[in-house]
Structure formats: C-alpha cells, structure tokens
Design a protein around this ligand. Structure first.
Ligand code: MN
Length: 216
C-alpha cells in the first residue's frame, strides 16, 4: 500500500466503560504485556494454522531488514496466542528521528505505523503516520536499545498499550484499503476514536497517512 494516511482521535469518549477497563489493569512494566492480557479462547486449529502461514509471509519484510545476531529485537519465532480482542501498543522510538510506533494486532501480526511527534488527543492536530512493515506479536513486549548502525538503531520504550476495535461497518481491511480506517483505542494512556486517513498528495513519500482524533 503506497499511500498516505492521517490518523485522528475522537473526543467522544465512552468514559464509564473505559474507566472500568483501565482500572482492571496494573501499570505497565516491560516484559509482561501478554501475560496480563486475558488470552482468547482459541479459534480452532484450522484458523490458527491459516494465521500462522499468513504470519510467516507477512513477517518476511520484518526479518529481511534485521540481523538477529546484532539486534536485540524479537525475531518473531516465539508463538503468541491470538487474542479475542485486538491488542495495540505504542512504542516511543528514539531512532535517528524520534517517533512513536503505533501497532495494531490484525491477522496474527502487528500492523505498524511510525507516527511523528506521537498521537495528539486534539482532533485538529493531525499527525503524519507512515506505514512500516508488519511486526511480530512478541514485539509488543519489546523495550531496549537497538545497536547503532542496525535498522532502527536507538532506544524503544513502551508508551501505551491495551486493546483496539474497529468503528463503523467497514472491516479493518476495507477501512485500510479505502484509506479511511476508524478505530477505538482502550489503552492506559489513550482512550477514544481515531482515524487513519490516506493522504492524496503525490508528493508524500512512501505510505504516509495522517492520524487524528475523530470528531464524530
Ligand atoms: Mn520505529
């Protein structure tokens, strides 16, 4: 998908529900992401196998960019149980340029966008979100320093995590394809509706999109 998307956040918060969910969670600490999340009941063997095959192909780009003898990042070899609710994570990444990586669990991987300056809760404040390669689910636990000279060299810290769900009648795949992907974040920091909108300008490099809070 060579296109641009904007991500916007929504003011319309379903506060009661979110407060309940947030209260049930302990403060974030590295290395414990998945163990603290209620894992899914399981979707049956055939679906799990289908997801595994899809995941392998989907992560080829991720693996191709990295030397796992050099980087401290997960290789994605460790299986992570699929969750009934989609997980999300935002990692603050002090690479050559500081950015925030938004990752949404979809089809056994984290769909990922590098967001400039980090998400804003002001719907008028749109952030450029550049789509990057799918990441393995065990990346959701990752914090550490990628050595200088390696791809993404710099320090990665967990900034937020929780669950996401699509908003509206479109499936996530349809929303992404249309360049109008709406979703809700239920995280420790972020709560509300956001939208990733594809930028039409040809001048934008790569998969640029915008992230913004949704006014609806
Ligand atoms: Mn990054």
């Amino acid at each position: 998908m060579r296109s641009s998307i904007r991500l916007t956040i929504c003011k319309k918060l379903r506060r009661e529900r979110r407060r309940t969910i947030a209260a049930a969670r302990s403060p974030s600490s590295p290395g414990l992401f998945y163990s603290r999340f209620p894992l899914g009941e399981g979707d049956g063997g055939s679906r799990v196998k289908a997801v595994a095959a899809h995941t392998k192909a989907s992560l080829a780009r991720y693996r191709g960019k990295r030397d796992f003898n050099q980087t401290v990042e997960p290789s994605g070899e460790v299986p992570v149980q699929p969750s009934q609710r989609g997980r999300f994570v935002i990692q603050k990444h002090a690479a050559t340029r500081l950015h925030y990586d938004l990752r949404l669990e979809l089809d056994g991987v984290f769909k990922s966008w590098a967001v400039t300056k980090g998400p804003s809760v002001d719907p008028a404040d749109k952030r450029l979100a550049v789509e990057v390669e799918d990441h393995p689910l065990d990346y959701g636990d990752f914090e550490g320093t990628i050595p200088k000279g390696q791809y993404g060299g710099g320090t990665v810290q967990l900034w937020d995590r929780g669950y996401w769900s699509p908003v509206g009648p479109k499936t996530p795949e349809q929303g992404l394809q249309k360049g109008d992907f709406k979703f809700t974040l239920d995280g420790n920091r972020l709560h509300g509706d956001w939208v990733l909108v594809r930028l039409k300008k040809r001048s934008h490099r790569r998969q640029a999109q915008q992230l913004a809070a949704d006014q609806a």
